[in-house]
Design a protein around this ligand. Sequence first.
Ligand SMILES: *Cc1c(COP(=O)(O)O)cnc(C)c1O
Ligand SMILES: [Zn+2]
Length: 402
Amino acid sequence: MRYSLRCFECKEEIEDQRAYTCENCGGLLEVVLDLSSVEAERVFDERSPSVWKYKELLPVDREPITLQEGGTPLYRCRSLEERLGINELYVKHEGMNPTGSFKDRGMTVGVTKALEFQAKGVICASTGNTSASLAVYASRASLPAYVLLPSGKVALGKIAQALMHGAKVICIKGNFDDSLRIVREISKNPDFYLLNSINPFRLEGQKTIAFEIYDQMKGIPDAVVVPVGNAGNISAIFKGFLELRELGVIEEVPRMIGVQAEGASPIADAFEKRETEIEPVERPETIATAIRIGSPVNAKKALNAIYRSKGYALKVSDDEITEAQKDLARVEGIGVEPASASSLAGLKKALEIGVVERDEKVVCVTTGHLLKDPEEVLVVCGTPLEVEADVRAVLRAMELEN
Ligand SMILES: *Cc1c(COP(=O)(O)O)cnc(C)c1O
Ligand SMILES: [Zn+2]
């Protein structure tokens, strides 16, 4: 695949393939593919979806470091359709990736690029899932991994993964935004390749969510609802749809609807004022730790995706998030972590305010698996009953439980 790197803001072409930002203007970078020789019918054929099914649309020239990521289920949710009063609702469950979040789609590409660039190690800041995914792919690539986490604010399952897969895990007395500032400084040393979503190659892997939605639906929905933290994923999915349009596979792109938590909503706030830049939130706070980010690096790309697709950005409360999490779990059997449930919570709100019409076809992306954050479950569901080990005590407990 022929491709180049370009500044997303000043549109300057970037020579240094390992750059993270534009040296002229400091802007974000994006990968621009030459799609002229791609035969879309050959790529979007009957094979089952996966990240590497779309290798002709990925900027990688060597054997990838892979754990068969992607190919996640797209569930039709008829019970929730009825409950919400919407015509067609699908959940794209990214929690079904190898490490339990969509981050794997980006990491398979990002860690492969790290080898291509002969980096000696990989590094990231993380609210948890990026660190888990980086640890796993780095171990498969035999590269040392270093991860910075905000102390006390990372779900247990994610730390467990990073530790077991051998990353050097460092918790800092600060939040995610502080962690990212520090790793960006450290990664000026070329020995360490930075794999946060400021890295343009990571987003290339994540755009395959759009390709899979198209492949699985044999078409596109009216809207795609995405939880937004550092804002890479919504930008990546939009890019995927743009490329499908450039290939002539689709005519229009779906509306991109970004959802944030009330305590960490710089993008939804900027959208409310129809601005293209955010005002960072100083002390972001939410039960959805994966989107507890006050200063999203990809804000400009995300707002561009939202405006260009005629989409929307909104925020939901922690209560609305946990209610949606329970709905997904109990009505559809789909277990997701809190941040992921913000997409369904956002859809409910979008329906209420008329941003999504009831006769539309919508995909909610659920970004991470329930088992990532078992401690939150005990907080919102309570701990299990404990009774004496006899039949009568259990029967009594069963009645109490109705
Ligand atoms: C990383 C992550 C997000 C946020 O994605 P961004 O690309 O940072 O906007 C949302 N949910 C989960 C579960 C995540 O791991
Ligand atoms: Zn620039």
